[in-house]
Design a protein around this ligand. Structure first.
Ligand code: ADP
Ligand code: GN1
Ligand code: MG
Length: 369
């Protein structure tokens, strides 16, 4: 059971139904603190997800929750129109008893509650080709459902989130400042990154010159941000909507590949186990192109392989920066966790660079749908 003050101070603020039976730490996200709540409602079990939003990462909770409310209401409507189940196919916020989408506790922590999506699971690594294919269809479909969302109403919840040139600049500054005295420990990793300044700029330029359209994207499309139905094996729901913002389709595609098409875990210490799996990449391309159902331009399809390298590189840069700055952003569970994570990402970047021709050929194979 979690801390007493969550049970007595936070949970009663929300309009959950029944009597609380259990509050347990849940999931493996790197950002928020997540709990699974179990209630007994006259013999009926009701479960919810309670989250303490990370207030260092998300500094404007009202804006963040406005995005989440807007996007989930939009998805709800679309799912209803398509004859789906809106209680399972999108996140559903449970308001506070005062009718707000979130609660601020006396210590200034921000909390929210979602209905728990039953009978579905999240995976930290691909278990079967079909799971990965399903996640690809779902993320593609998600993008299509939001294609006509009024993007100008979305707040930028994290400024410059996928601005890779800016991430690159911040890594250089972190290495120069070297506040923890760790720069000397990461010479090869820093050189690897510094040799690739051109890569950091590759997609940003295409957006600036109008070659790529700005879309509403999820921006954090890793496999464990999708729920797969235990009974049917189909993707049920896209979760973790904190970073839904205008972005490039290549970001969403790329981030999924980064995480899911690796033969090893994101934090694997034995790098011989980490490589980029072209077969899984192909599985994802097939699903994503299908899910987007013709919504992507030819140019967007061209740059998907670049998106994969770039998102992997960017994530490696972010982990390395956090390691140099003293691990204040991503949750860590061991001292060199962020460095281990940076190393897997850079190993994947190298492997993807070597396989760019094959990656492009696979796009050609599926681009006509
Ligand atoms: P983080 O930003 O920390 O990654 P997430 O919103 O992704 O937080 O939630 C963390 C984990 O909690 C997910 O990977 C998933 O396992 C679980 N989870 C989140 N929302 C739900 C939900 N509505 N129903 C069931 N499980 C959920
Ligand atoms: C974080 O929240 P989570 O664990 O789904 C991060 C992503 C990174 C990812 C790396 C808001 O995702 O950008 O790609 O870790 N989310 C945020 O695993 O920074
Ligand atoms: Mg998550």
């Amino acid at each position: 059971m979690a801390e007493e003050k969550i049970i007595t101070g936070v949970i009663p603020q929300f309009a959950c139904q029944g009597a609380l039976r259990e509050c347990a730490v849940f999931g493996s996200g790197h950002i928020n603190d997540t709990y699974r709540l179990t209630f007994d409602d006259g013999g009926l079990q009701r479960r919810y997800i309670l989250q303490r939003m990370n207030r260092t990462v998300f500094t404007k909770p009202a804006e963040l929750m406005e995005n989440v409310s807007g996007v989930t209401a939009w998805l709800r409507r679309k799912i209803q129109q398509n004859g789906g189940d809106p209680e399972r196919e999108t996140l559903n916020l449970v308001p506070t008893r005062g009718g707000s989408s979130y609660y601020t506790d006396p210590e200034g922590e921000y909390w929210r509650v979602y209905l728990f999506i039953e009978g579905a699971s999240c995976f930290d690594q691909v278990q079967s080709d079909d799971d990965f294919y399903q996640s690809a269809v779902a993320f593609g479909h998600f993008q299509r459902l939001l294609a006509d969302y009024p993007a100008q109403t979305l707040h930028e919840t994290i400024a410059r989130f996928h601005d890779t040139p800016d991430r690159f600049r911040r890594l250089r500054e972190a290495a120069e400042a070297d506040v923890c005295g760790r720069a000397a420990l990461v010479g090869p990793e820093l050189s690897f990154a510094m040799e690739r300044e051109g890569l950091a700029h590759a997609l940003a330029g295409l957006l600036e010159n109008g070659e790529l359209p700005l879309r509403v994207t999820h921006n954090d499309t890793k496999l464990n941000n999708i729920l797969i139905d235990d009974a049917t094996g189909r993707a049920v729901c896209v979760i973790d909507l904190d970073t839904v913002m205008p972005g490039l389709s290549a970001y969403d595609f790329g981030d999924s590949i980064r995480f899911g098409a690796s033969t090893g875990a994101e934090d694997e210490r034995d790098l011989s186990k980490v490589s980029f799996d072209l077969h899984l990449y192909e599985v994802y391309v097939r699903g994503f192109v299908e899910g987007c159902a013709g919504a992507l331009t030819e140019r967007e399809l061209d740059v998907l392989p670049l998106g994969a390298v770039l998102m992997t590189f960017e994530c490696g840069i972010r982990f390395l920066t956090d390691y140099l700055e003293g691990d204040h952003y991503f949750k860590i569970h061991r001292p060199e966790h962020n460095l281990d994570r940076a190393r897997t990402q850079f190993k994947l970047v190298r492997d993807m660079e070597a396989k760019q021709n094959e990656m492009r050929a696979i796009i050609e194979k599926y681009r006509r749908g």
